[in-house]
Design a protein around this ligand. Structure first.
Ligand SMILES: CC(C)(COP(=O)(O)OP(=O)(O)OC[C@H]1O[C@@H](n2cnc3c(N)ncnc32)[C@H](O)[C@@H]1OP(=O)(O)O)[C@@H](O)C(=O)NCCC(=O)NCCS
Length: 183
């Protein structure tokens, strides 16, 4: 499954490219917000946490073959980083990937997460030859569930209290799409 991958991805309004060290400030500006990370397993980032995230993302770019694509999402019209999204090979033997995303609150509600999620699915199916791509979210994270649905993913399960996050047991919705369903 080691295929040449063509980055950046381009959509109508977005450029989705590898994270670089100089993204630190733009990523930190939202990763430190408690509202943004409300449903994430992590607490609002310290600057050091964000630097570690960026360093890890950059280190993983060197893997051969790559199993992790943590990517910066740039709004073309402003040449501004508005968030990050990721595609990870969750089960390479079975050609399964996992996607995730997190955006700056100033840019929510304009369809950017959906546009980027569709591009990640194309990366997974068309470039990486994946068979199945999954994503998960807290059922209370209505926006995230909606992004998955709009990207064509189907709800496969609702796991009850399967993760301990920020002092509480949380439920998880599992969404997935198969290569045969990707348009
Ligand atoms: C969840 C998140 C990615 C959505 O990003 P976004 O760019 O606002 O999403 P989109 O604009 O593509 O919206 C997709 C759909 O969800 C809906 N939606 C988005 N946020 C919503 C919310 N808080 N409540 C209800 N619906 C919401 C939109 O209205 C849209 O549906 P529609 O086209 O039928 O109106 C963004 O809010 C975010 O980064 N949250 C913080 C990080 C996070 O929780 N990531 C996911 C972890 S699983």
């Amino acid at each position: 499954m080691s295929m040449a991958v063509n980055l950046p991805l381009q959509t109508e309004r977005l450029i989705i490219r590898d994270i670089v060290a100089s993204d630190l400030e733009a990523v930190h500006s939202y990763a430190c917000e408690s509202e943004v990370v409300r449903f994430m397993p992590w607490r609002p980032n310290s600057l050091e946490d964000t630097k570690n995230f960026i360093d890890r993302a950059i280190a993983l770019q060197k893997d051969e073959p790559r199993h992790h694509f943590e990517l910066a999402v740039i709004l073309k019209s402003k040449q501004q980083l508005i968030g990050a999204c990721g595609l990870h090979l969750s089960n390479a033997d079975n050609r399964e990937g996992l996607i995730g995303y997190c955006y700056n609150q100033n840019f929510w509600g304009q369809g950017y997460a959906t546009e980027a999620a569709r591009a990640l699915l194309s990366l997974g199916f068309e470039q990486l030859g994946l068979h199945r791509i999954i994503a998960t979210c807290d059922p209370a994270n209505i926006g995230s569930a909606r992004v998955m649905e709009k990207a064509g993913m189907r709800r496969e399960g609702h796991f009850r209290e399967n993760i301990w996050i920020k002092g509480k047991w949380r439920d998880t919705l599992l969404y997935a799409i198969l290569e045969s369903e990707q348009k």
